[in-house]
Ligand binder design. Structure first.
Ligand code: NAP
Length: 330
């Protein structure tokens, strides 16, 4: 049966402006790093994507090497576009990236012009798209001149293969430099994609201030610390969880070392009348510079739970202090 999107989808979630740009993003965006590769159940992934869109999630985030195997998340996303989402192309913000290991040899990794442009072309082919909305340099590369990587992003945008450029995992000083170069080139950076959660707070040192003063939005990845900041590991490691899967990036040692904090955080969430996962998302969204929390999901129900975060986004000073105490002291 032909997919028809929920008519009320834009009433389901809030949107925030991405820095000083014309783009608004949903406060929750969906990433395809895990659960959309050829090792995963395609129909389950399709349902997650369509549920997300039915609930106003307009932004889907990919990268060249998402899978496994590399490239398969883009191919599978391309299939869902073809079968279901193509009529809604102008309602979607689709992103991809290059910067990590993708193909053998010296031109399939890091930040050369050769790699970034070839990889963007490959991503477009895999998704059968004419353009992506955002193309990112996935990580800083200190051996390639920054001007070279940024000129490649500028060219990708100018040639119509992407509408906006972004950077990911860049520290504050390199971000400021990238912002300056892109402004001079006439293709201002739209967005920065850093890792941020209660367990990973590096952006609070200086990146948040840099992005705020430069008018660049942040879309923060792994806000649930890959599922650790949910109630799923409270009583052990389920087989079908990311930490339980052979190819998952979340390691069982990490779960075990943080579980004491997770239990205490769970108590605070319960007092707030929301799940730990919802509280973890609300917590990253408390900074106005954070445009969107970039989540992953292995089940439709997870998306539906997280969407409800907007029922309670605010924190009292006391709650924030209690959370800080758990994170710093226990
Ligand atoms: N730029 C970069 O370098 C970079 C790096 C990593 C990720 N990213 C992007 O960020 C996206 C999100 O990363 P992530 O998947 O690590 O994010 P995350 O939201 O921290 O973790 C997602 C995982 O948490 C679990 N989960 C989600 N909702 C849940 C709920 N309501 N209850 C219980 N468990 C729940 C699921 O794991 P289970 O499988 O255990 O159910 C899900 O796969 C990626 O897809 C990618 O687009 C970017």
């Amino acid at each position: 049966m032909n997919y028809k999107a929920n008519e009320n989808r834009y009433e389901k979630i809030q949107y925030r402006r991405c820095g000083r740009s014309g783009i608004k993003l949903p406060i929750i965006s969906l990433g395809l790093w895990h659960n959309f590769g050829d090792v995963d159940d395609f129909e389950n992934g399709r349902k997650i994507l369509l549920t997300a869109f039915d609930n106003g999630i307009t932004h889907f985030d990919l990268a060249n090497n998402y899978g496994p195997p590399y490239g398969s998340a883009e191919e599978n996303f391309g299939k869902v576009l073809k079968s279901d989402l193509k009529p809604y192309r102008d309602e979607l913000i689709i992103s991809s990236k290059a910067g990590y290991d993708m193909w053998p040899g010296p031109y399939g990794d890091f930040g050369s012009r050769k790699y970034l442009i070839a990889s963007c072309d490959q991503s477009l082919k895999r998704m059968s798209l004419e353009y992506v909305d955002i193309f990112y340099h996935h990580r800083p590369d200190y051996e390639t001149p920054l001007e070279e990587s940024m000129t490649a992003l500028d060219q990708i945008v100018r040639s119509g293969k992407a509408l906006y450029a972004g950077i990911s995992n860049y520290p504050a000083d390199r971000t400021a430099e990238a912002v300056r170069i892109m402004r001079e080139l006439g293709t201002p950076l739209l967005i920065h994609q850093p890792k941020y959660s209660m367990f990973e707070r590096w952006i609070e040192w200086d990146l948040i201030n840099t992005l705020d003063s430069e008018g660049i939005g942040a879309i923060v990845f792994s806000p649930l610390a890959q599922g650790l900041l949910t109630n799923k590991y409270l009583y052990g490691i389920p087989e079908d969880s990311r930490a339980g899967k052979e190819w998952g990036f979340l390691k069982q040692d990490e779960v075990n070392s943080q579980i004491n904090k997770v239990k205490q955080l769970n108590e605070i969430a319960l007092h707030r009348g929301q799940s730990l996962a919802q509280m973890a998302i609300a917590w990253v969204l408390r900074h106005p510079v954070v445009t969107s929390a970039l989540i992953g999901a292995s089940k439709v129900e997870q998306v539906l739970e997280l969407i409800k975060v907007q029922d309670k986004l605010d924190f009292s000073e006391e709650e924030l202090k209690k959370i800080d105490n758990i994170l710093v002291n226990s």
